[in-house]
Design a protein around this ligand. Structure first.
Ligand code: GUN
Length: 281
């Protein structure tokens, strides 16, 4: 039976470490501030934003919430971001995605000052990630590296297969795994013989957005399986991209959904905010 990688526990440890460091900064008169912008009322986004605010409270950050109406004009949003870029009180800026269709996500992300881009989505940060320079790293892939390291899973020299090539997860995940000296393959919707490729993986990272897609035929015995997906089934139960019940018996280690990768994303966001504040000095 596989080791269950406990993202809930590991993320709680990380948040406690951040809380301690934040308290030490506060003693020196430094507060950490995250500005969170949500445009419109997408219910899933409201839940994520609420969780981010709660995490800020827990670790002792100040959070500034900007809840803008659905019909906000792009120029208004860009002006707000500029104002936050210039504010010396603000360490991190996060614009919750997806944005309403009339707003251009690329323009919005490009407007956030790279040194306040705690999501790690700005081209300066993604570019620096690929050339191995200091940068903010997208929180979900950064969280996966932490999960592997803190569970004692060796990355160096391993065959890592990533399924999914998004800018938020798949691509930065590939850069991070390369940095850790894994041999990396990125699969996507046009990959042929996907099962043959995923079966090579010592570490299989799945971010395709299809419930229960990865069945046991896709997995090598003893592999570490990381499930980034989260879906709500009809009976309201949550599940991932991996068919957990049939993959767990053959995997060496596996993340559950919920309680695997999900909680790590927010812990790493808190980590990036603290880092932004420390870099500012
Ligand atoms: N929407 C879904 N995931 C994310 C994330 O990590 N950051 C932001 N800003 N929006 C998201």
């Amino acid at each position: 039976m596989a080791i269950r990688i406990d993202g809930k526990l590991i993320s709680a440890q990380i948040k406690d470490e951040i809380k301690e460091e934040t308290a030490r900064l506060k003693e020196k008169g430094r507060e950490v501030t995250l500005a969170v912008i949500q445009v419109g009322e997408d219910p899933a986004s409201s839940v994520y934003v609420g969780n981010k605010k709660k995490a800020c409270e827990y670790v002792g950050f100040r959070s500034l919430a900007y809840e803008l109406p659905e019909e906000t004009k792009e120029v208004e949003l860009l002006e707000l971001i500029q104002k936050l870029n210039e504010s010396s009180d603000v360490d991190g800026i996060l614009v919750q995605l997806p944005l309403p269709k009339h707003l251009n996500e690329d323009t919005v992300i490009a407007t956030i000052a790279p040194e306040k881009d705690v999501d790690g989505f700005h081209a300066v940060n993604t570019g620096n990630l690929w050339i191995g320079k200091e940068c903010f790293v997208s929180c979900t892939p950064a969280g996966i590296i932490e999960l592997l390291k803190r569970t004692g899973i060796t990355i160096e020299g391993k065959e890592c297969v990533i399924v999914g090539r998004s800018n938020i997860v798949g691509k930065p995940m590939a850069a991070l795994m390369l940095k850790e000296n894994a041999t990396v393959t990125v699969c996507h919707s046009r990959t042929q013989s996907l099962k043959d490729v995923t079966k090579r993986a010592d570490i299989l990272i799945v971010a395709i957005g299809k419930p229960h897609f990865i069945t046991k035929e896709y997995v090598k015995e003893g592999a570490t399986v990381i499930d980034v997906g989260i879906h709500r089934l009809e009976g309201k139960k949550l599940c991932g991209d991996v068919a957990f019940d049939e993959v767990e018996p053959i995997a060496g280690a596996i993340t559950p959904v919920p309680g695997g990768v999900g909680p790590m994303t927010i812990a790493m966001l808190m980590n990036n905010c603290l880092e932004a504040a420390k870099r500012k000095g």
